[in-house]
Write a protein that binds this ligand. Structure first.
Ligand SMILES: [Fe+2]
Length: 183
């Protein structure tokens, strides 16, 4: 019997995902500044977050899965916590798992009526995200926030729906306190 080496390695606590079919993109402040309340005096080139995804599966085949890693830098935009754009899935039947690897942050969730809440994210936390909920990560700490994910290849990403109707709260950190500002 043939025994093969794995094609992809994810040393979860010490490295990013490496191997075949692994994609990576970075978001600089200039690419996502519209989601922040106040973008004054921020270097446009500031790295905000990096996303790795192991995209072995077929994006049209129900039952296939993707594996991912998001790393949010410990950056505050005039006090507002660094966050991902956030999205609904195109297919609202598709749930997703997130899991905390390092750092501290929040998983912000929103239902289709705009009701918004958060779960704490930290090393070891595990989050089941219902397919109907929009989701966004926020770094509330002073180190990188690293979060793993696994989701159906057919889920898709609907960012436009968030641009039309943003999450119900903004999160700021001032003098070590989190402040939740309703929109
Ligand atoms: Fe998702």
């Amino acid at each position: 019997m043939k025994v093969e080496e794995p094609k992809v390695i994810h040393n979860i606590y010490s490295d990013v995902i490496k191997g075949e079919d692994v994609k990576m993109y970075e978001k600089s402040f200039s690419q996502i500044k519209q989601i922040y309340k106040d973008d004054n005096n921020v270097d446009e080139n500031t790295l905000m977050y990096t996303v790795y995804s192991y995209e072995k599966g077929d994006s049209n085949k129900a039952g296939d899965l993707y594996w991912g890693l998001t790393i949010l830098e410990p950056v505050y935009i005039n006090g507002e916590c660094n966050m991902t754009r956030g999205h609904f899935h195109n297919d609202l039947n598709c749930a997703e798992f997130y899991f905390g690897i390092d750092g501290e942050g929040l998983l912000m969730l929103m239902d289709e009526n705009g009701k918004t809440w958060c779960e704490k994210v930290f090393k070891g936390s595990l989050h089941h995200i219902d397919g109907k909920l929009a989701h966004r990560l926020l770094n509330t700490g002073d180190t990188q926030l690293k979060v793993g994910a696994c989701w159906p290849t057919v889920a898709g990403h609907d960012y436009a729906k968030i641009e039309d109707k943003e999450f119900g709260y903004r999160v700021f950190k001032k003098e070590d306190e989190l402040i939740f500002e309703e929109r």
